[in-house]
Design a protein around this ligand. Sequence first.
Ligand SMILES: *Cc1c(COP(=O)(O)O)cnc(C)c1O
Length: 218
Amino acid sequence: MSRDAEISANLELVRSKIAAVASHPVTLIAVTKTFPASDAQILKELGVEDFGENRDAEGLEKSQIVAGRWHFQGQIQSNKLKSITSWASVIHSLDDPRHFEMIEKLAPHPLSIFLQVSLDGAHHRGGAGVEQLYRLAEKLSNSPTHTLAGLMSVPPVGMDPDQAYSQLAVIRTEFLHRFPKATSLSAGMSGDYEKAISHGATHVRVGSSILGSRSPHR
Ligand SMILES: *Cc1c(COP(=O)(O)O)cnc(C)c1O
């Protein structure tokens, strides 16, 4: 099978599974990390507008080749923020107020920003605890430039995704009382996006189900 046909078949399957469970609009972000720009180009021709990357250098390179809405979803490093904010229009992984202060100084255009929530309190996969989350949201919602889109999370290793996403849904409901405009929820990856959608995800970040397995594992 050609790469085009393979990606097309995978994408159709993911789209149909999303359509089968979603009772609200869901944005599919194709996670192209470790895959070449040519794959992103194939996706673009299949109607994909949203692309996700974890690393600055890869996002910078591919976004110059393939036009679209590029999302940064990796761990933020301060020294990369100037570059990240040059190519990304959405950031999913803000968990530190100092990074937001830098974004306000460095970003050349308005960004839509998700706050990453830690569900295990240990922050192994990034994310703010609830107290930090509200502090950050307060800062962001007062920004004249950038938009607080909502919350994002990655289930802790070993935690049942259903349990993780129902915990996230509770945090989100509470959060919406205070920040009613932050209605987006970025949750769900290849193994669990249907579950995430049933718990309210509006943005799913799907890589391997569309592009195949990555090696080395990242
Ligand atoms: C890699 C990654 C994804 C996509 O993972 P798949 O299992 O390939 O779908 C989604 N979100 C984050 C934060 C990631 O690092």
